[in-house]
Ligand binder design. Structure first.
Ligand SMILES: NC(=O)c1ccc[n+]([C@@H]2O[C@H](COP(=O)([O-])OP(=O)(O)OC[C@H]3O[C@@H](n4cnc5c(N)ncnc54)[C@H](O)[C@@H]3O)[C@@H](O)[C@H]2O)c1
Length: 346
């Protein structure tokens, strides 16, 4: 029987519904407090789920009052630093929403706080928890297409959120692209070295800040990751997982973010075929990705990993010390867009 964690959920807006529904399914989770700067929000969520717990506006008070050992940070990005550090300093582990922080300085201080308190801080990167992305990662790491040289991700959607995203300076890069950047690191197993980003707000955008961007990253394995994205693209949407093309020495891997990934690999690599070598455009053969992962999907999959890591006393896959590299991709892109220059990240 797993330990039952006493949980305070901080931030009772839209996304807290997803967390609370998933937490209520777990034997190892008990919600003992809800916090929001607007007490009415916390009361609304308490009543909606029939929770028997206190509602608060101050996190430290909630932790002490409810004897919590775990805080879920579902507040807005600008509050993540304050909530996470307060939680760890008051003896709690933290599962936080992305993005981990609003600045690199904050992210570094959050890691320092985790080191100093011995508490764990892991970040919700739910898009890693998907059988297709795990199969794609395996397709690459097993060498099917050889060493990857170029990774392309296209992300084009037109969601009308309303709320904080509509008035953020960089809604696409800060609030969404963290997922795609984290996915890129996860798929190829490399970290960013530099970035050049052009961020802009195209005609027809309903966002105040820049809702579109093109970014070029040099990665630690020598490959180049290119990202083209927009959150104000009406029509012909890609999936939320993005549309991927990864080109390696021996072939290309494709994943549309929805169906199973596959590769097209030089036929000469798959079977000794000397005639294939002589053609102008070489013959290739399709290789299906092996689907071997059967964990829970998305948010629930990431939660499983976070709770298991706590139980096993190890950092979660999405521990803050890993996640800071995805944060660096986000904040480096914004710095590059502002300065008009390539920014070194390591
Ligand atoms: N992982 C995902 O796929 C995913 C999807 C959507 C949102 N998110 C993330 O979840 C977070 C919350 O998003 P949302 O859509 O629920 O936002 P929201 O604006 O609907 O809710 C945020 C809530 O936090 C409260 N809040 C803000 N600062 C606070 C503080 N210091 N203390 C206590 N409460 C505070 C607000 O009053 C609000 O009720 C964001 O970081 C967002 O990027 C993640």
């Amino acid at each position: 029987m797993s330990k039952q964690h006493r949980i305070v959920v901080a931030g009772c807006g839209g996304m807290s519904n997803v967390w609370i529904k998933d937490l209520l399914k777990r034997d190892d989770a008990l919600i003992v407090g809800l916090v929001d700067v607007y007490i009415g929000q916390a009361e609304k969520i308490r009543d909606a789920y029939g929770l028997d717990c206190g509602v608060y506006t101050a996190l430290a008070e909630a932790i002490a009052d409810a004897e919590a050992d775990l805080v879920i940070d579902v507040t807005i990005p600008d509050s993540h630093f304050e909530i996470s550090t307060t939680a760890m300093q008051h003896g709690c582990h933290v599962f936080g929403e992305k993005p981990m922080a609003s600045t690199m300085e904050q992210a570094r201080k959050m890691i320092e706080t985790a080191d100093a308190t011995g508490k764990s801080l892991s970040v919700m990167q739910n898009r890693r928890y998907d059988a297709n992305i795990r199969a794609l990662r395996e397709l690459i790491s097993s060498g099917t297409i050889g060493r990857p040289g170029m990774i392309n991700a296209d992300f084009f959607l037109g969601p009308h959120f309303g709320g904080f995203r509509d008035v953020m300076e960089s809604p696409l890069i800060l609030d969404m692209a963290i997922h795609t950047f984290d996915q890129a690191r996860f798929i190829i197993g490399a970290d960013p070295v530099s970035v050049y980003c052009h961020e802009f707000n195209p005609p027809g955008s309903w966002y105040k800040g820049n809702a579109s961007a093109v970014c070029i990253y040099e990665m630690s394995d020598g490959s180049v990751f290119s990202y083209r994205g927009s959150w104000c693209a009406e029509g012909a949407s890609t999936s939320w997982e993005a549309d991927w093309r990864i080109i390696g020495e021996k072939g290309t891997a494709i994943w549309d973010g929805i169906q199973a990934p596959y590769a097209e690999v030089l036929a000469s690599e798959l079977a000794a075929d000397e005639t294939a070598e002589k053609k102008f455009i070489r013959d290739t053969a399709r290789v299906e990705a092996a689907m071997g992962w059967n964990g829970k999907l998305g948010h629930e999959g990431c939660l499983d990993e976070m709770f298991l890591a706590l139980k096993e006393g190890r950092p979660a896959e999405t521990d803050c010390r890993d996640n800071i590299h995805s944060m660096a991709m986000v904040l480096g892109a914004i710095e590059s867009a502002k300065s008009g220059r390539k920014v070194m990240l390591s």
